[in-house]
Design a binder for this molecule. Structure first.
Ligand SMILES: NC(=O)c1ccc[n+]([C@@H]2O[C@H](COP(=O)([O-])OP(=O)(O)OC[C@H]3O[C@@H](n4cnc5c(N)ncnc54)[C@H](OP(=O)(O)O)[C@@H]3O)[C@@H](O)[C@H]2O)c1
Length: 281
């Protein structure tokens, strides 16, 4: 059985390859799909050039492949067309398992990032591919910049209000992808994957205090206060609006649910927030 992992030079992709190998996969049974082959020499598995915007490269990379992990692209706004190119090529190649990294409750969420994931899930569904959807909650690693700022200033400022986030480490999500790829079954499942604990921003401030050694307090911001602060810090209107919209989604609970599915899949508790922050620090 041959497994193609797209985005394999990214943070998650590298961890998925490592998790597949840790779980005993033959390196020769894995293909790292990468847009820049020069960045992939240390992966320890065969490499194929695969650019989401170059359908011929996708078709070539799928040669002899049974299972695909499509790691969602990072070029926001272009992703539906890019993902469609991978779905179409996988359908033509007749792959037996198509796994996609999506977002929490992608088809019903009002999270600003959800629409591209919703559209991708719908394309997968319409394709008839035997699929597994991994709706990944936030990576704890997303909070590296907040950690650094809060450790320096003593303030964690956010527009997330009382919203909670069931984050886990990228490694946890990567292991889940490896399990789903290596085990028989899982076809047709839509897994909502999150950390075991949905923490609040007060919890996050307390955890940063503990790890950094500096007392940090949480300062909730209104959307306007947050936007003004981001603009004053030099962000452009579009980026500031995007960050405000993300936090608004968190405030309304878009990332708050957790049901233990991730821990069950990987066979261990997810990485606690405090340990994720220690790794960041
Ligand atoms: N759940 C979360 O908290 C969260 C946070 C951030 C992002 N995400 C999503 O999860 C994905 C994986 O996360 P990550 O941390 O691994 O992100 P990442 O480190 O930015 O990796 C993204 C990967 O996508 C590849 N890529 C981008 N455009 C491509 C294209 N046109 N053709 C082929 N490959 C392309 C990149 O290739 P290069 O290595 O050549 O750049 C990279 O390997 C992201 O792309 C994003 O969709 C989720």
């Amino acid at each position: 059985m041959t497994i193609l992992v797209t985005g394999a030079t990214g943070n998650l992709g590298r961890l998925v390859i490592a998790s597949l190998l840790e779980r005993g996969a033959d390196p020769q049974s894995i293909v790292a799909g990468v847009r820049d082959v020069a960045k992939a020499q240390d992966l320890g598995v065969p490499v194929a050039r695969l650019d989401y915007s170059d359908p011929a490269s996708i078709t070539a990379a799928l040669d002899g492949v049974d299972s695909v992990l499509l790691i969602s692209g990072s070029e926001v706004g272009q992703r539906v067309a890019q993902h469609k190119a991978v779905i179409d090529a996988a359908k033509d190649a007749g792959v037996a398992k198509f796994v996609y990294t999506s977002a929490p409750k992608a088809t019903t969420s009002d999270l600003v990032l959800a629409p591209e994931h919703k559209a991708t899930e719908e394309l997968i569904q319409a394709s008839g591919l035997p699929s597994v959807i991994l709706r990944n909650n936030w990576y704890t690693e997303n909070y590296a910049a907040d950690f650094a700022r809060a450790a320096e200033t003593g303030v964690l400022a956010s527009g997330a209000g009382d919203g909670r986030v069931a984050s886990a480490n990228r490694k946890d999500f990567a292991e889940a992808a490896a399990v789903v790829l290596l085990e028989d079954g899982h076809i047709g499942e839509v897994y909502e994957l999150g950390g075991d604990v949905a923490w609040s921003y007060d919890d996050l401030a307390a955890a940063i205090s503990e790890v950094s050694g500096r007392e940090v307090s949480y300062q909730p911001l209104t959307a306007d206060e947050q936007r003004d602060g981001l603009l004053a810090a030099g962000l452009d209107e579009g980026t500031a609006g995007f960050v405000v919209a993300l936090d608004s989604g968190i405030r309304s609970g878009a990332l708050a649910d957790t049901d233990g599915t991730l821990a069950r899949l990987i066979g261990r508790p997810t990485t606690p927030l405090i340990d994720g922050l220690r790794a960041i620090a």
